[in-house]
Design a protein. Structure first.
Length: 265
């Protein structure tokens, strides 16, 4: 079981506020330490694990009443800025009661925010590679990146990380926990494959459309057979025909180039 699987992450930390306390303080090493007193969403619905778009985050509250949303992100996502702003704003709105959490000027109805919205991101591969971090953060980074490497884990001495590893070992002996982790990993793999296929399909359509336009510009209207051939051809064939177009005197010259897909076969 890989601790970077977000379902495994949630199972390890969902009922361990002391571990989340240490993890949050390690990430926020330059801020005053906090103490997690409650985890607001500890449960995992097994029916959701097959869903490709769910977010298995942990919403926790500290002793001062502040909320923290802890998420192990296992997907590559674009548009980080608006997405992060949305989640931060939603967390803040859930935290502030009516008439609380802001300062009103006597003359202007302005809302003044301090450090209510703060986002901390740790890019695990990069952080592991750089290796320059204060306090307990290096131990947590190593734990997440190398939890399946016994030799690396034996080197860790930070007690909370050792406790997290012990919890992970207990989960590995639990048949249902292993099944949930597998279901989640399978869903993530299916999502990655679907995204890959979508990107490849988009690339093929874009290149086919571009080549069709260039052929029409040079040779005039195309036979339907050529149009259909372009729209069904793999990307490598479209690229080969595009290069052939540069020196081609006729439409037939473009397609005399052996298809790249046939050469690979």
């Amino acid at each position: 079981m890989d601790l970077r699987n977000d379902a495994v992450f949630k199972m390890v930390f969902a009922d361990a506020p002391e571990l989340l306390t240490d993890l949050i303080n390690a990430v926020r090493y330059d801020e005053p330490p906090i103490k997690v007193v409650r985890i607001l969403n500890p449960q995992i619905d097994p029916k959701e694990l097959g869903g490709k778009l769910i977010v298995l985050d942990l919403l926790v509250r500290d002793a001062a009443g502040h909320l923290y949303n802890v998420e192990l992100q296992v997907r590559r996502r674009g548009r980080w800025s608006p997405r992060s702003t949305y989640y931060l704003a939603r967390t803040l709105s859930n935290q502030i009661g009516s008439g609380e959490g802001y300062v009103r000027d006597g003359r202007l109805p302005a809302v003044v925010l301090g450090r209510e919205l703060v986002l901390h991101i740790v890019e695990l591969p990069k952080a592991d590679r750089l290796g320059k971090h204060p306090a307990a953060l290096p131990a947590w980074i190593t734990c997440f990146q190398h939890s399946q490497e016994d030799a690396r884990m034996d080197e860790i001495t930070h007690p909370p990380v050792r406790q997290a590893l012990e919890r992970l070992k207990v989960l590995q002996m639990d048949d249902e926990a292993r099944r949930l982790a597998f279901v989640r990993q399978l869903a993530l793999m299916d999502e990655a494959e679907a995204l890959k296929e979508a990107r490849e399909e988009g690339l093929q359509k874009g290149q086919a459309s571009l080549l069709e336009g260039l052929l029409i510009r040079k040779f005039g209207p195309l036979p339907e057979s050529v149009t259909q051939r372009l729209r069904s051809a793999p990307v490598q064939d479209l690229e080969a025909w595009g290069f052939a177009l540069i020196d081609a005197a006729t439409l037939d010259d473009v397609f005399t180039t052996p298809p790249a897909s046939a050469e690979r076969a």
